[in-house]
Write a protein that binds this ligand. Structure first.
Ligand code: UD1
Length: 363
């Protein structure tokens, strides 16, 4: 009988990350997918399961939105009953969401070992909810898979070096493997939206500190519209809700430079990003993807959990100050080399090998 691994996923970036491990792990183990329902609409969830060949989740916990406490508690309770039912040999979690922390707590209290992919990432700021999730998850997980040396160094300082493995970043694997299909999807979408090669900025915004206060969001969007570029903005559901509820949607709908679109599927997003003049984002994952593809990135946040991307000017953090944002967008294209900080695109294999060895399935 194959060893059983329960994989708990809840949000868009986790679907992308698991795709890199799933392609290796699923043949060696009995892989049981649990979808917590943190991201539930078709564009943020179903599209990713289909496009990334993740199969169907066996369990859909349907937890949905809620305050941090309500959401984390609901996922903890529901995951515990799944784990009681399945009795897996291991639980696998990704990143830093409430699903990550809740599933980890459920597992460790049942004495089931947890493997955490994207371990050791730090902002050094516990006021960021994701930072709390990362620190606590790392503290009690048995396998800590680090995307970079920087992450491994944080774990060493925290006394967790004996559980840490530098595997590289799983997002790089899936990015490299999807390049051809993404470029095709991007070209198709460009023609549909009437966009020219490097003639537009691609923007994503969803962090509470940028979008929950409509005044902040309005200022950022007004600043982007002043850039003189066409701005393509696939709005995250959190962001479009704020825009609809506060009249910002009506205000920006007729803005000639701004193309507001629904959240994109993975291949279309990566393809459109490739062909853009620059990316403006507050997403953790998108900053890395910009770096992988060599497109200049402007990050609307005061700091980044990915300091490697700042080297050579590929990424610049601006906060919300309009002059800083415009200056960063207008900077000339960096021409320095990008390093190998995120590994060699084989992180998924490395994670799988370590898990398989532990579970007695030597690869
Ligand atoms: C962040 C949080 C995470 C939270 C999530 C909510 C950090 C470090 N992490 O992750 O805890 O759960 O936001 O969304 O703050 N993409 C598309 N289509 C789009 C836009 C993006 O496919 O229209 C893809 C990108 O290519 C990338 C992934 O989605 O692979 C990034 O997801 P994103 O929602 O931006 O999450 P993060 O900021 O990485």
């Amino acid at each position: 009988m194959k060893p059983k691994v329960v994989v708990v996923l809840g949000a868009r970036p986790q679907f992308v990350k698991h795709a890199a491990v799933h392609q290796h792990l699923s043949s060696l183990t009995d892989e049981i997918l649990v979808h917590t329902g943190q991201h539930y609409d078709a564009q943020m969830s179903d599209a990713f399961f289909q496009q990334l060949d993740l199969g169907e989740p066996k369990y859909d916990l349907g937890v949905g939105s809620g305050s941090h406490g309500v959401q984390t508690a609901a996922i903890l309770r529901e995951t515990e009953s799944v784990l009681d039912n399945e009795r897996p040999n291991m639980v696998l979690v990704y990143g830093d969401t409430n699903s990550t922390l809740a599933a980890t707590l459920a597992a460790v209290k049942l004495r089931i070992p947890v493997a955490h992919v994207e371990a050791g990432v730090r902002n050094n700021d516990l006021s960021i909810p994701e930072e709390v999730n990362r620190v606590l998850t790392d503290r009690v997980s048995q396998f800590l898979f680090c995307p970079t040396q920087t992450a491994a160094e944080y774990l060493r300082v925290e006394g967790l070096a004996d559980r840490a493995f530098v595997t590289g970043d799983v997002m790089l694997d899936i990015f490299l493997g999807s390049k051809t299909r993404a470029l095709q999807a991007g070209a198709k979408l460009m023609s549909h939206l009437g966009l020219k090669e490097e003639g537009y900025l691609l923007v994503t915004l969803h962090r509470p500190s940028n979008v929950d206060d409509p005044d902040d969001l309005e200022n950022v969007l007004k600043t982007l519209c002043k850039s003189g570029r066409t701005v393509v903005f696939p709005a995250h559901p959190r962001t479009s809700k704020v825009m609809r509820d506060t009249g910002l949607m009506t205000e920006f709908e007729d803005e000639p430079n701004l193309k507001l679109v629904e959240p994109l599927d993975y291949l279309s997003f990566i393809g459109l990003a490739y062909h853009s003049a620059g990316i403006v984002t507050d997403s953790g994952g998108v900053q890395k993807e910009a770096y992988f593809m060599g497109v200049p990135c402007t990050t609307i946040f005061d700091e980044t959990p990915w300091p490697e991307t700042l080297q050579g000017g590929w990424n610049v953090t601006t906060g919300q100050a309009p002059d800083k944002i415009l200056q960063a967008i207008g900077r000339s294209r960096p021409n320095g080399l990008r390093g190998q900080a995120f590994g060699d695109g084989r992180a998924g294999v490395k994670v799988t090998q370590i898990i398989a060895q532990f579970l007695g399935k030597v690869t």
